[in-house]
Design a protein around this ligand. Structure first.
Ligand code: ZN
Length: 181
């Protein structure tokens, strides 16, 4: 009997410290990330409270194309001049390909010559968050969607006025929605 008790205790201890396999957030971790954030909605023209979008890596894989998954969830970068909207001049909204949040308006898009969609500002500072990125032996400011945490691109200080910022974004991170003027 004693032996069985020891085995039971051992299993319980293993259970307590068992963490989900790599790349798979546990239910507790996901719940801790949930919460409401204030974001700007172009459709309503005002700030709204929105639930953060939290999914497991497996759910993201099902939702996104392999290219979108690589860029949004693995901080990938598409080759310059290959993204669908790098040269798009139509009037409309660029939304997050992961969660649909409004990120950029075409009126702030400009020709940067880089081969990636470039904007001098997001629809609101709240919608796009900045994170320090120390990959590739340099420090850059990574841009992520505030609602789902998807990787968008990077921000640099060589953009045009009025902000002087260049939001260099992967076209695969965005979905363009054409609007009537
Ligand atoms: Zn998003």
């Amino acid at each position: 009997m004693k032996h069985i008790q020891v085995v039971t205790v051992a299993l319980l201890v293993v259970g307590l410290f068992w963490s989900a396999p790599d790349g798979q957030a546990s239910r507790e971790e996901l719940m801790a990330d949930r919460g409401q954030i204030k974001v700007y909605s172009l459709a309503t023209g005002e700030y709204i409270l929105s639930e953060k979008v939290v999914k497991t890596e497996q759910e993201w894989r099902q939702l996104l194309t392999p290219k979108q998954y690589h860029i949004l969830r693995e901080q990938g970068t598409e080759r310059a001049f290959t993204g669908g909207t790098w040269d798009n001049k139509e009037y409309g909204i660029y939304r997050c390909a992961g969660c649909g949040l409004d990120l950029y308006h075409s009126s702030t898009k400009y020709k940067s010559g880089t081969g990636w969609p470039s904007f001098y500002q997001p629809v609101a500072e709240e919608n796009v968050s900045i994170r320090e990125d120390r990959s590739f032996f340099t420090v850059r400011n990574e841009l992520v969607c505030s609602r789902c945490g998807g990787h968008l691109g990077h921000v640099f200080a060589d953009g045009p006025q009025p902000t002087g910022k260049r939001h260099c974004i992967n076209a695969a991170s965005l979905v363009f929605v054409k609007l009537d003027r």
